[in-house]
Design a protein around this ligand. Structure first.
Ligand SMILES: Nc1ncnc2c1ncn2[C@@H]1O[C@H](COP(=O)(O)OP(=O)(O)O)[C@@H](O)[C@H]1O
Ligand SMILES: [Mg+2]
Length: 230
């Protein structure tokens, strides 16, 4: 596809998203208010239903946060950058992914270094990046496979790194130059936007997104940041 057309498509998507999210916010808040009301009404009747309503309400909160942060991102609001613990960001993303991994029989192991300076980021966006990368790893893995998540501070190269390694299907050599392109997908029903959005977010943070992969062996994605405070 012609590069200009692709850029234009993304611009249109961006505008569409901004107006769409604006429209979604109102019915979403009605939904959340009603769920909270129903939960209060029936809280002594059935604990299971109470729990379901509670997680539904939390899910709506998360959607609201994503919308708010994405709108900030589209406007590139500098106020949304703050110093954050990389391990907290990883844990938040894992909370989101672990139930799915469990359901699919895939184990996730974490190796989080305790000695890491805080990085200056838009927290929610980096969580979104990790959720995208972890989702790809899950989708590349069959039951019984393992995903490893690591954090470390490389003081020599002055970088805070997060790596996600899977032993899934891997990326074919001929695809390595194009996997980050928007709309590239090898999945039925895939949209090919996940990695492109990851790259855009990491570029805005002046970080690096790299990967190594061997077809039918596995893949490691690495996100690194040099904007940190010791
Ligand atoms: N961990 C991974 N293992 C194998 N292939 C991957 C992995 N992550 C990404 N890919 C490849 O990159 C493509 C693009 O990924 P992405 O941009 O997230 O879009 P989608 O997930 O919708 O296909 C995938 O279709 C897949 O071919
Ligand atoms: Mg994806």
């Amino acid at each position: 596809m012609n590069n200009d057309i692709q850029k234009n498509k993304l611009q249109i998507l961006g505008n569409l998203f901004a107006s769409l999210t604006h429209e979604i916010r109102n019915p979403l808040s009605v939904l959340k208010m009603n769920i909270d009301l129903i939960r209060d009404y029936q809280k002594d009747e059935n604990e299971d239903i109470g729990d379901l309503l509670e997680t539904s309400s939390e899910a709506i909160l998360r959607i609201e946060k994503i919308i708010a942060h994405t709108l900030d991102f589209l406007r590139d609001n500098p106020d949304s950058y703050e110093y954050c613990s990389v391990n907290d960001i990883v844990s938040n993303s894992l909370d989101f992914i672990i139930p799915k991994a469990k359901k699919e029989g895939i184990n996730i192991y974490t190796f989080l270094s305790s000695d890491i300076p805080k990085i200056k980021v838009v927290k929610n966006q980096i969580e979104q990046v990790l959720i995208n990368l972890l989702t790809n790893s899950l989708e590349a893995s069959e039951k019984g496979k393992i995903i490893q998540v690591r954090t470390n501070f490389d003081s020599e190269n002055k970088k805070v790194n997060i790596t996600i390694t899977d032993d899934g299907i891997g990326i074919k050599n001929e695809h390595k130059d194009i996997v980050l392109n928007q709309f590239f997908t090898t999945k039925e029903g895939g949209n090919g936007l996940g990695l492109h959005v990851c790259k855009e977010i990491i570029d805005k943070h002046k970080g690096n997104l790299t990967f190594e992969s061997e077809f039918e062996k596995g893949t490691t994605f690495c996100v690194s940041f040099s904007n940190y405070k010791v």
